[in-house]
Design a protein around this ligand. Structure first.
Ligand SMILES: O=C(O)CCC(=O)C(=O)O
Ligand SMILES: [Fe+2]
Length: 352
């Protein structure tokens, strides 16, 4: 049978067993491979309104310092936390989830209008096939560049549902402000000048959206929704499904479930923050698992530096105890993409 004869969604509807191309060999999905650590200590919930200068007077310095320390500690251990106090209402976050579900539930001919072309990263499709023996992910995706505006490919932005474009734009603008706040807070948590990280991204930094759709699977013990990877971004902000869990992060060599907190945003760092922080902060390995009962969606926004801009470890994070770990690099997003195609760990290629 041909590799792409049936889509993941069709197989899910039919209750098919996953074909060989989707089966992960030698991967341990056993419960004993899951971390037994307290999930709230691995992925703390942080009220990020404490980092905003407009709320500086109403919060005690002590409260802010504790939040900064929790941030520093989470990002230097698991590289991930759950943000509340981001200023987006519960109903707005549900709108974002709703447009995602409505798009993926459209008839296939309608979705195909936005199909990703071969060798392109933007558009609607399934796992990109980059090698003959690749194991495929049990998911469908829609990837769209949001910023800068001149790099937007409007023809790939769905017109259906009718509020898709407006909702994505509003969500991306709000998330952009959250990211700004976080870059500054991360710098403050390490006693650095506030713009130490954000200043490296450039005026025309990139924001990429990825809508993920994971249909139910009859054999979740055999497949990945998304195979293990690190993100190539600086920061990734992930809106999880309101109810269905699936994201797992590798912490102390065990996979840890990231719990669903409906109105929280999952913040996880990407490789470019690991580079800029000279390895102080971590870009976590993560994966998505599926289940037999319910489909799952998520919406990830990835923020990356302007490709022409060189990024590298902040000078004051390089010292005798912590020698420079990474070289300066331009267009890491592209390096990461090429490495993915060759099956190489991208961040290793910029190590000194
Ligand atoms: O669906 C998720 O929870 C995570 C997806 C993800 O890791 C990604 O899109 O890079
Ligand atoms: Fe990811």
């Amino acid at each position: 049978m041909s590799l792409v004869s049936k889509s993941v969604l069709e197989m899910s509807f039919a209750g098919d067993e996953p074909p060989l191309e989707y089966i992960v060999k030698g991967c341990n999905f056993a419960p004993s491979d899951l971390s037994s650590c307290s999930l709230s200590s691995l992925f703390p919930v942080i009220d990020i309104s404490l980092f905003s200068s407009s709320s500086a007077h109403s919060n005690s310095k002590e409260e802010v310092d504790i939040a900064l320390e929790t941030l520093r500690s989470a990002l230097s251990s698991t590289g991930c936390f759950q943000a509340i106090g981001h200023g987006m209402s519960s109903s707005f976050l549900d709108n974002v989830r709703d447009v995602a579900i409505q798009f993926f539930e459209l008839p296939v001919e309608e979705k195909q209008k936005y199909a990703r072309a071969v060798n392109e990263s933007e558009g609607y499709g399934s796992d990109m096939i980059v090698s003959a023996n690749q194991v495929l992910d049990w998911s469908h995706r829609l990837s769209l560049r949001v910023f800068p505006e001149e790099r937007r490919r409007n023809n790939l932005w769905p017109e259906n549902p009718s509020d898709f474009r407006g909702t994505l734009l509003e969500y991306a603008l709000k998330t952009n402000s959250v990211m700004d706040l976080l870059y500054k807070a991360m710098a403050r948590s390490l006693n650095l000048e506030e713009n130490s990280f954000s200043g490296q991204f450039g005026e025309r930094s990139l924001m990429q959206a990825r809508f993920n759709f994971y249909p139910r699977c009859s054999r979740p013990d055999l497949v990945h929704g998304v195979k293990p990877h690190t993100d190539r971004s600086g920061i990734t902000i992930l809106l999880q499904d309101r109810e269905v869990e699936g994201l797992q992060i590798l912490a102390n060599n065990k996979w840890a479930r990231v719990p669903v907190i409906p109105d929280a945003l999952v913040v996880n760092l990407g490789d470019q923050m690991q580079i800029m922080s000279n390895g102080v902060f971590r870009s976590p390995m993560h994966r998505v698992v599926t289940n037999t009962e319910r489909l799952r969606i998520s919406v990830a926004l990835f923020h990356e530096p302007e490709p022409e801009k060189e990024i590298g470890p902040v000078d004051s994070l390089v010292n005798e105890q912590r020698p420079r770990l990474y070289r300066h690099v331009k267009n890491y997003g592209f390096i990461n993409y090429e490495c993915y195609q060759k099956g190489i760990v991208a961040i290793d290629t910029v190590k000194i």
